[in-house]
Design a protein around this ligand. Structure first.
Ligand code: PMT
Length: 406
């Protein structure tokens, strides 16, 4: 399942309460959905669960002490709050809620909460009388007024033997609130998109490969623009130095065959856009040992790689509703792009003039969009030189029009 929590950085603050045991499950599920979880465990929280179990599940160091020199050196309390997309307090004790409402910062958790500039979600857990106490109600109302989102609490029987409101919400409910926070409402909501990006590396031996100059900038920009307009986006990328994009499931591959396998795994999707510069050929055999000068003929035997775009466009069972390719050409750009549109059976193709200082690796790009229109007529529109981000946004507007008209 793809989750809007994918690649999100969550700072989870666990305060004292029997419900702390549910936080372990919460961490596990957040991780399963692709989130990166860093935890702060209060002294109260550590009475119920151990730092070791929190650390084992989050696969991160657990932070507890405001005055620990090593912790502060590694990850100061300001950085803890800055290097997160959201802060979640679960369980949130009456005491921690009161500190938050009153700006008290006397331990790591309350200091992080005072220092954060990120959205804060609070899942209270306490005895029913504590929850219903006028002081807690006033604190909660104040936090809500300041934009803190309160999740729960649930009604039910409690560890103390009493019954009523105060049980921490179940991890499922907390996760669904967090997911909706990240889900974008855009016009492509409900549609799934697959984007290929970057180069492929085809190994010659353990240290050498056949590759190309693609940086992934164009493909990544398209994935980002699709995501911003609400499409659930999977990005299959060859090696690049670009950072992962929050909210997008990114699958990293090296070779054309790995890229094809990852794309096939991502099906079914509604939209497929192939911006990757896939090597058409790979060495017939990759040597297991580093090739030595003089020990081999200086002739490379190559074999053809599968064509990912053509495979997606010709898939009779799971063909995406809109398949878009790129055509990177050094001359006769539009004419050759037309030929590729037919040969690869895609719906649209983006003709992209390339050279050693054009297209590949640059921030700007100049393209012509070719679309198969009525009666199979190809309609051309040349776009001016602009940034790859602008091209991505414009392409996504065309895609929105296409699906709106459909
Ligand atoms: O990554 P950047 O530095 O930002 O540069 C962007 C770009 C120039 C790489 C990009 O805009 C671009 O033009 N990508 C396509 C590059 C390419 O390999 O074009 P092509 O004409 O060789 O391939 C035609 C189409 O078939 C492309 O959609 C390609 O992804 C696809 N293909 C090609 C070969 C293959 N084995 N499998 C494929 O899917």
């Amino acid at each position: 399942m793809f989750s809007a929590l994918h690649n999100r950085r969550i700072l989870l603050i666990i305060s004292g309460g029997i419900a702390a045991y549910k936080s372990l499950d919460l961490i596990r599920r957040m991780r399963e959905e692709g989130a990166r979880v860093r935890c702060v465990l209060t002294a109260g929280g550590a009475q119920f669960i151990t730092p070791l179990s929190v650390s084992a599940l989050s696969e991160e160091q657990v932070y507890s002490d405001l005055w620990s020199l090593t912790d502060e050196q590694q990850m100061g309390h300001i950085r803890l709050s800055r290097e997160a997309d959201i802060v979640v307090v679960a369980p949130a004790s009456a005491n921690l809620i009161a500190k938050m409402a009153n700006g008290i910062a006397d331990d790591l958790a309350s200091t992080v909460l005072l220092a954060t500039n990120k959205p804060v979600f609070v899942a209270p857990a306490m005895n029913v009388m504590m929850w219903e106490n006028a002081a807690t109600s006033a604190n909660i109302a104040l936090l809500q007024k300041r934009g803190v989102k309160i999740i729960g609490p649930d009604n039910g029987s409690m560890a103390c033997g009493e019954t009523g409101a105060g049980r921490m919400s179940e991890p499922n409910e907390i996760l669904s609130t967090l997911r909706s926070h990240f889900e974008l409402p855009g016009p492509l909501k409900g549609l799934m998109a697959l984007v290929t990006s970057g180069p492929t590396y085809e190994p010659l031996d353990p240290v050498r490969f056949l590759g190309n100059r693609s940086s992934g900038k164009q493909g990544h920009a398209i994935a980002q623009a699709l995501h911003e307009r609400g499409a659930e986006t999977v990005l299959v990328t060859g090696p690049t130095v670009l950072p992962d994009i929050a909210g997008i499931k990114t699958i990293k591959v090296e070779t054309a065959r790995e890229m094809l396998a990852a794309c096939e795994q991502a099906l079914p999707v509604d939209i497929a856009i192939c911006a990757a510069a896939v090597a058409d050929w790979r060495p017939q055999e990759a040597s297991l040992e580093k090739l030595k000068k003089g020990s081999t003929k200086a002739v490379l035997e190559l074999t053809e790689n599968p064509d990912i775009l053509a495979n997606l466009a010709k898939d009779s069972n799971q063909r995406p509703r809109l398949v878009i390719g790129f055509a990177a050409e050094t001359s006769h750009v539009v004419e050759r792009a037309r030929q590729k549109l037919d040969r690869k059976a895609c719906d649209w193709i983006i003709a992209n003039e390339v050279a050693s200082d054009k297209g590949f690796g640059e921030n700007d790009n100049q393209v012509t969009l070719l679309r198969r229109g009525e009666n199979n007529r190809v309609v051309e529109s040349a776009w001016p030189l602009q940034s790859k981000d602008e091209i991505a946004r414009r392409l996504v507007l065309e895609i929105i029009d296409y699906f709106t008209a459909a």
